[in-house]
Design a protein. Structure first.
Length: 281
């Protein structure tokens, strides 16, 4: 049965107020993630769209080989579309999840929501088109991992939109969180690789992404996120004990510290130079 936004809040959130320490640690994590995702999104737009503007498509292959090949135009169009849409999703970032914005400016939420859902569909379908046209660099395991990722993204985008149109806002919110968790995965994938290379020198990773770490990572960047969302949706009303609160603060702070380090590393090595290059072009 359809419910209003007010009823959704009454039923689902904000729920029990978090302790101030947990709230502060959560805000620090969200701000870090948001900043980092935005930087990654701007980098994608600056680097990949910049190469199109410069008519220098071969430079797409600087990070991954074979993204652009003259004799596979369908794959190039599909992956190009997927870059533009993916960059947009990251730059829009967490805006849609900000409760005061949703409450005070529902029309902005609806308009941005349409852009977000359309971009998610294009990112998913573009990625799937690329896989269908020439397969991933990592072969069948990566094809399956990324193929499932694309299908889930398309399904989550459709469900988010469908339930918004039907005014079934509890379900809409749950699917929107799943969609966000999937988009977040594209960013987490790079972070995970950054840390792995930094901490282990890249054990299990090969240049052609056929190593055991690469195969594990073909699924690990999005499936755990979905589990975290399900845990959040099921457990958000349970009050925490004092040790649980301290555990939460510690976990959030460690995650923030790691992400700050990763963001610093990527910004200095890759994202920052590409963005500055484009600004000075
Ligand atoms: C927010 C969403 C997404 C963003 C921001 C994103 C971003 C990117 C970027 C930047 C690359 C180029 C490699 C690099 O520079 O790291 C890439 C490659 C790729 N992405 Fe995505 N992506 C997103 C979602 C998806 C989805 C849903 C799929 C699923 C089909 C997908 C499939 C692929 C594939 C197949 C490649 C090429 C891998 C290869 O060379 O074999 N992406 N993506």
């Amino acid at each position: 049965m359809p419910v209003t936004q007010r009823e959704v809040l009454a039923r689902t959130g904000p729920g029990l107020p978090a302790a101030p320490s947990v709230r502060r640690a959560s805000v620090a994590l969200v701000v870090t993630v948001w900043t980092s995702m935005t930087l990654f999104g701007v980098y994608i737009l600056a680097f990949y769209a910049g190469a199109v503007a410069d008519r220098d498509l071969p430079s797409w292959n600087a990070v991954l080989p074979r993204l652009y090949e003259r004799d596979t135009p369908t794959a190039s169009v599909a992956i190009g579309l997927h870059f533009a849409a993916g960059g947009l999703i990251l730059v829009l970032g967490c805006v849609q999840l900000v409760t005061p914005l949703r409450q005070r400016h529902p029309s902005v939420h609806r308009s941005l929501g349409r852009v977000y859902v359309t971009a998610s569909l294009l990112a998913g379908l573009g990625g799937l088109g690329f896989i269908a046209a020439k397969g991933t660099v990592g072969g069948p395991v990566m094809d399956v991992g990324f193929g499932l990722y694309g299908l889930l993204m398309v399904a989550a985008a459709i469900q988010t939109y469908r339930y918004a149109r039907a005014r079934e806002l509890v379900r809409h919110r749950a699917w929107a969180l799943r969609l966000f968790a999937l988009a977040f995965g594209s960013w987490l994938y790079r972070m995970d690789y950054g840390f792995w290379l930094l901490l282990t020198g890249g054990i299990g990773h090969t240049d052609d992404f056929h190593g055991p770490f690469d195969q594990f990572m073909s699924f690990f960047f999005y499936l755990p996120n979905l589990l975290v969302v399900e845990a959040y949706l099921n457990g958000r009303h349970r009050p925490g004990s004092r040790p649980a609160r301290w555990g939460a603060v510690a976990a959030l702070s460690v995650a923030t510290a790691f992400l700050l380090l990763g963001t610093y590393f990527f910004t200095v090595e890759l994202w920052g130079p590409a963005i500055l290059d484009r600004l000075s072009a």
